[in-house]
Design a protein around this ligand. Sequence first.
Ligand code: ZN
Length: 166
Amino acid sequence: MPSLVYKGGDTVILDFNVINKSAVPIKNICAKLCERTHFHARNQHTPCKEFTFHTCPLGYFGQEYTCRKIGSVCTKRVDIPPYSTQSVTLAVVIPETVKTPSFESGLITHGYLFELGVQAQGSWFAQYMTAKIYIGDKKGDEDEDEPKVTMKEMLLQNAPPPAYTP
Ligand SMILES: [Zn+2]
């Protein structure tokens, strides 16, 4: 993936490097765009950055998680023989309707992910892995006017006062 941040209408070029270690050919590669939301029953001072159950400070009854597919599954037919490696690219267009930017608050955490899959010959289902992406503006785009402090300056600002010399 060339970037982790996208907007509705963007085309994402996904580079698959498929290492087929199985005895059957790989017949399809696919990608699904999904949106997921994590809800809290009461406001939290620290928003959840992750969507997993165990990283949330609230218990089972205090949190909720939803995930749904956006648009259709993007699939490309391939033929990757057993015990071989092949690079494949898949272009996925993020629908214009995807307008809600990724955000975190004390009540709701909202985000996006790609489910990237390979389907072997004779298999009904694809095996998926997930890749987190963000919808919205890249950080730094909007605060271009703010003075930038380099790491060196920051270190200098935090540096201890010079040693006392009588
Ligand atoms: Zn949470």
